[in-house]
Design a protein around this ligand. Structure first.
Ligand code: APR
Length: 311
């Protein structure tokens, strides 16, 4: 059996870590593609990772390129092409520049890897994944945005930090757009199967919810020159792995809603089942009135940003 192929479009901060994690999980051969000006740096990253393999024995190949012909036959593609935000910027401020980039990427992916499962990471996530969908014509089960995995992961991390219990035993779900109006479903969070509401005070839960919504910005401020890259890469790789190994993990992702949660024609964070068929299903959870109202706010926000794409 030949090895699977993972193409990374954009080989910056997140792209480099994606390549490292894919290698360390031996998920398949990795191609890192960037613009011609960045061809040497991605070749350098690829070679650097090739040279770390002997220490723990990862038998996969990593290459860097700026030639789209090299992504042919990719099973899965993760797109981080674009610019990240700087302190003081919102994700929406990246729209103009990243929209141009994603249109170009979509045309090339459609031409060279039309059968791949595509995960978009570039921001503003919900609008950029929508733009890829429109520009590529990919079927909705093979195009998804990575955001909910990261947002839920942050929520999980904060709950584990709060309680001191294993992060492995914390489960929760964040719905909605990848912005400050996202909706952490605290009511459904569990720690070792026990509702988090029984283990953490309502005041602290409210603070953790708020920190989750603003977590991307917290890191942007600390880094000073860019946005988070380790946790976004790990989150996207979780999705890649579920697809390649047909794990059918339930991962909140920005999927095209066509009636689910009363949302029509938008990519927005909802619980999805990811397996060999890509986005195999969107799970519909019954929400209470407050959650429905909060979801409405984030949907309106995403809808406004998507309208700005003109697509
Ligand atoms: N095709 C391919 N790669 C591109 C293109 C393009 N048309 N345009 C830009 N790139 C590359 C850049 O050269 C750079 O190497 O995308 C890479 C982006 O890397 P970083 O600037 O390090 O950004 P990163 O932190 O990886 O974030 C990427 O993900 O989380 C989002 O908001 C974040 O939109 C940003 C994206």
């Amino acid at each position: 059996m030949s090895r699977r192929k993972i193409a990374l479009i954009g080989g910056g901060q997140i792209g480099g870590i994606l390549a490292l994690i894919a290698t360390q999980k031996e998920l398949g051969d990795v191609v890192i593609l960037d613009i011609p000006d960045f061809e040497n740096p991605v070749k350098g990253k690829a070679l650097d990772i090739m040279e770390l393999r002997p220490h723990d024995g990862y038998d996969v190949n990593i290459t860097g390129t700026s030639n789209y012909e090299d992504i042919a036959g990719a099973d899965v593609i993760v797109i981080t092409a674009g610019v990240p935000r700087k302190p003081g910027m919102s994700r929406d401020d990246l729209l103009d520049i990243n929209l141009k980039i994603i249109k170009n990427v979509a045309e090339n992916v459609k031409k060279y890897a039309p059968d791949a499962f595509v995960i978009v990471v570039s921001n503003p996530l919900d609008a950029i994944v929508y733009a890829f969908y429109k520009a590529s014509g990919f079927p909705k089960n093979r195009i998804v945005g990575m955001a909910g995995a990261l947002d839920s992961g942050r929520f999980r991390a904060f709950l584990a930090m709060e309680t001191g219990y294993s992060v492995q035993d914390v489960q929760c779900l964040v719905l909605g757009g990848h912005g400050d109006e996202m909706v952490p479903l605290t009511r459904l969070a569990t720690i070792g199967g026990v509702p988090a509401t029984e283990l953490v005070s309502p005041e602290r839960l409210a603070e953790i919810e708020k920190r989750t919504r603003m977590a991307g910005g917290e890191i942007v401020k600390l880094l000073g020159n860019g946005s988070a890259f380790f946790s976004p890469a790990q989150s996207a790789m979780e999705m890649v792995e579920s697809f390649l190994n047909d794990k059918k993990r339930i991962i909140p992702s920005a999927a095209l809603c066509e009636g689910e949660y009363g949302i029509n024609g938008l990519f927005i964070g909802v619980p999805t089942v990811i397996g060999a068929g890509g986005i195999e299903k969107i799970l519909e959870v019954k929400l209470n009135d407050a959650e429905i109202a909060a979801l409405k706010v984030t949907v309106e926000h995403v809808s406004a940003v998507v309208a700005e794409t003109g697509l």
